[in-house]
Design a protein around this ligand. Structure first.
Ligand SMILES: *Cc1c(COP(=O)(O)O)cnc(C)c1O
Length: 415
């Protein structure tokens, strides 16, 4: 069967035909038969160079042999126990060792669960009710954060989801990214704010990069107002480097959320922070968090293999940065927009200068993006199908892949 036929069938059975909204490519998405390294092979017989990498988790590429071996080894011994396993303290100690903001950590099954739990924890610890997030920031698909949310919610024009109670949405305040005055003003006006949650680098409309000293300023202001700082590092964790943005920008949050890369491609999430805060989590404390699949051995085995590989191959971050640098160079003369890169993250914005916040990102010419995206696909390059999703490279992208990506960008951008 062809992709178009699978999609026709799926549309009758699954809302919009897809399991997550951003995958709903018009007129129909391609269906993947298999993937390895930097390549996806579709059921239609096409082979594509993947620059989406499952929206972030696959830092080492598809079907990495060492991660596969770790999964196979765990499979031999079963894949779900409902009891603690040695993997939990082993993996927790890796994460705690890499992140200055983590003294304790709790495993969950997705990034959404991690941010949901982190926000509840911040409220439980501080005994305050409201949170502040960044306009266009994306923290998963639960009520309190589907307010001016980025990612698919913005792509589809529904940043404020239906079904979220107005009284819940009202507890989520917004500030523009890269605006310390706005943050200081809102925290000065309102004394009932438990936490400020942000992606240290906005990955779900971007990458949109922090101004110099923005994150340090955020830390100072949240301290001054006694508001907990939550870094949502679900994308940036192990993506911008070992220890995520809190290491690369030298700013220590009170609570950190992780996901994506730390599962090595299997479902995972984690939240952690200072010991006195984490001791509030059940059964140590009164803030409830639980999950049948939390800390499941397959995800932990895959994630641990991923992190151990990164520890043994620290040079990979430099190599990836050089590769996105080459892509940026290839489009440097283009006047229709501008390329932003950070390590293995990159995006061509159809806007004359890099956006600094959500309002500026939304000024991008999305029709031009759409046209460009289709041309890239015809050239065999699969980019995330939205102006508002970051492109990702993996360690599996070869020099030839990069050459092909550069050639395609040059050919597909009009001028
Ligand atoms: C992807 C993402 C999430 C949600 O993670 P899921 O595993 O998709 O639930 C949360 N925060 C950020 C910053 C993300 O990029």
């Amino acid at each position: 069967m062809k992709s178009s036929e699978f999609f026709r069938e799926a549309k009758a059975l699954i809302p919009g035909g897809v399991s997550s909204p951003v995958r709903a490519i018009r007129p129909y998405p391609f269906y993947t038969r298999e993937a390895s390294g930097s390549r996806i092979r579709t059921v239609d017989g096409e082979e594509l160079t993947d620059c989406c990498m499952a929206y972030g988790p696959l830092l080492l590429g598809h079907s990495h042999p060492e991660i596969r071996a770790a999964i196979e080894e765990q499979l031999e011994r079963g894949w779900l126990y409902g009891t603690p396993t040695p993997l939990e303290p082993e993996f927790a100690s890796l994460l705690v060792g890499d992140h200055p903001g983590l003294e304790m950590v709790r495993f969950v099954s997705s990034g959404s669960e991690a941010t949901m739990a982190a926000i509840r924890l911040a409220r439980g610890f501080s005994e305050k009710k409201e949170i502040v997030k960044v306009e266009g920031g994306f923290h998963g698909a639960h009520d309190g954060v589907l307010v001016q949310a980025g990612s698919g919610a913005t792509t589809l024009g529904i940043p404020d989801s239906a079904g979220v109670l107005p009284e819940v949405a009202a507890r989520t305040r917004q500030v523009p990214y890269n605006d310390l005055d706005a943050l200081d003003a809102i925290l000065s006006r309102n004394t009932d704010i438990a936490a400020f949650i942000l992606e240290p680098v906005m990955g779900n409309i971007g990458p949109v990069l922090p101004d110099r000293d923005y994150l340090a300023g955020v830390r100072e202001i949240t301290h001054a107002h006694d508001v907990l700082l939550i870094f949502d590092e679900v994308i940036t964790g192990y993506r911008v480097g070992i220890g995520g943005a809190q290491v690369s920008y030298g700013v220590r949050p009170d609570i950190t959320t992780l996901g994506k890369i730390i599962g090595g491609g299997l479902p995972i999430g984690a939240f952690g922070g200072r010991r006195e805060i984490m001791e509030m989590v059940a059964p140590a404390g009164p803030v409830y968090n639980a999950g049948t699949f939390s800390g499941n051995p397959l995800s932990l085995a895959a994630g641990k293999a991923m992190i151990e590989w990164l520890h043994a191959n620290r040079g990979v971050y430099r190599t990836l940065e050089e590769k996105t640098g080459l892509i940026a160079e290839a489009v440097s003369g283009k006047r229709c927009g501008t390329m932003v890169t950070l390590g293995s993250m990159f995006k061509f914005f159809f806007r004359t200068s890099p956006p600094r916040n959500y309002a500026e990102a939304k000024e991008c010419d999305t029709a031009a993006f759409r046209h460009f995206w289709e041309k890239m696909l015809q050239q065999g390059i699969f980019l995330p199908p939205s102006q508002f999703e970051t492109n990702f490279l993996s360690a599996a992208h070869s020099d030839q892949d990069i050459e092909a990506i550069c050639t395609a960008y040059r050919a597909c951008l009009s001028g």
